[in-house]
Design a binder for this molecule. Structure first.
Ligand SMILES: [Zn+2]
Length: 321
């Protein structure tokens, strides 16, 4: 999943390539403009000279400094204006020769100051999906591709309701910080609908982490974890701080005191921070209560909206056509 060293390096390389490409494209637009309009070339030369003069003026002592700087500033502005006019005359925008960034917020560096830019987080998440095979799910599973018709008549209304609830959640994510427990048998669309939510949110630029329960716990197996993640920030980034965490197949992991307290920490921290979780499970409420400590079940049944996927067997319908 996301944020492995390998993925981080690969995404950094992608960003570097994007920066190089955008810079090269800006340069080629500049050469094109110079060829068409030598006056712009002369202006650019003059502008860099003014830049040097401004630097020089500050070295000449304080006396008359403000006046000298104002004059140079004025000269600079006139040259810029003339440059824009010439570009407009040729039918170009004022910023035609500037570098066009894929992400103007971070200028394709991936960082805004010391803070990771959302574009880098999203790239890391997508890279994580890619390396874990989830990208394929995202390609085939979306709200658009969710078909009610594959369900037997008797459970279509329940599926329609489940679809609507999760679709609404994804659409209103900014204000709707709900927690969901999707419960029901295999093949009833739990993964399809939670993947659909993930897709909508990733496309909106949210940081979504999708993981199968047993992988979450094996991630925390320290040796493997240290090998896969480059620094301590990453675990909290991954499960505690992402905008939406999707835990698939809860109940398939080996339950120990250790996994229980780890799971409790994730659920509790995210509830306190109002950062939604979608958990899906094949277990019944009774089985969940038997398997997990009361402090987890009280959270699951107290804070989560339980969505039941039940009342039909989709495989019967598929077999019968
Ligand atoms: Zn950015």
């Amino acid at each position: 999943m996301g944020y492995s060293k390998k993925n981080v390096n690969s995404v950094y390389e992608d960003f570097e390539r994007i920066r190089d490409e955008n810079k090269a494209q800006a340069e080629s637009r500049l050469f094109e403009v110079y060829a068409k309009c030598p006056e712009i070339k002369a202006i650019d030369k003059e502008l860099s000279r003014v830049g040097l003069d401004i630097f020089g003026a500050t070295m000449m002592g304080k006396e008359g400094l403000e006046k000298r700087l104002n004059e140079l500033q004025e000269k600079n502005e006139l040259l810029q204006q003339r440059r824009i006019e010439l570009l407009r005359d040729m039918g170009y925008d004022a910023d035609y020769t500037d570098i066009k960034y894929n992400c103007p917020l971070c200028m394709d560096t991936g960082y805004q100051g010391a803070k990771m830019c959302q574009c880098l987080k999203t790239a890391l998440t997508l890279k994580g999906y890619e390396s874990s095979g989830i990208l394929n799910l995202l390609k085939s599973q979306s709200f658009e591709s969710f078909s009610i018709d594959v369900y037997p008549q008797e459970c279509q209304s329940i599926m329609q309701k489940n679809y609507k609830k999760l679709h609404k959640f994804a659409e209103n994510f900014e204000t709707n910080k709900e927690f969901f427990l999707l419960a029901g048998g295999t093949g009833l669309g739990k993964t399809h609908l939670s993947t659909s939510v993930a897709k909508v949110l990733i496309e909106k630029g949210y940081d979504v982490v999708y993981e199968i329960a047993q992988n979450i716990f094996s991630d925390f197996d320290t040796d493997r974890f240290r090998d896969r993640y480059s620094d301590s920030e990453l675990l909290s980034e991954k499960y505690l701080d992402c905008d939406l965490l999707i835990i698939d197949d809860l109940g398939t992991e080996i339950v120990t005191n250790y996994t229980v307290s780890y799971l409790y920490n994730i659920i509790n921290t995210r509830i306190n921070k109002k950062l939604p979780i979608i958990i899906s499970t094949n277990l019944s409420a009774k089985e969940i209560k038997a398997m997990y400590h009361e402090r987890i079940t009280s959270r699951l049944f107290g804070e989560f909206t339980v969505i039941k996927f039940e009342g039909c067997d989709i495989r019967k319908k598929k077999i019968s056509g």
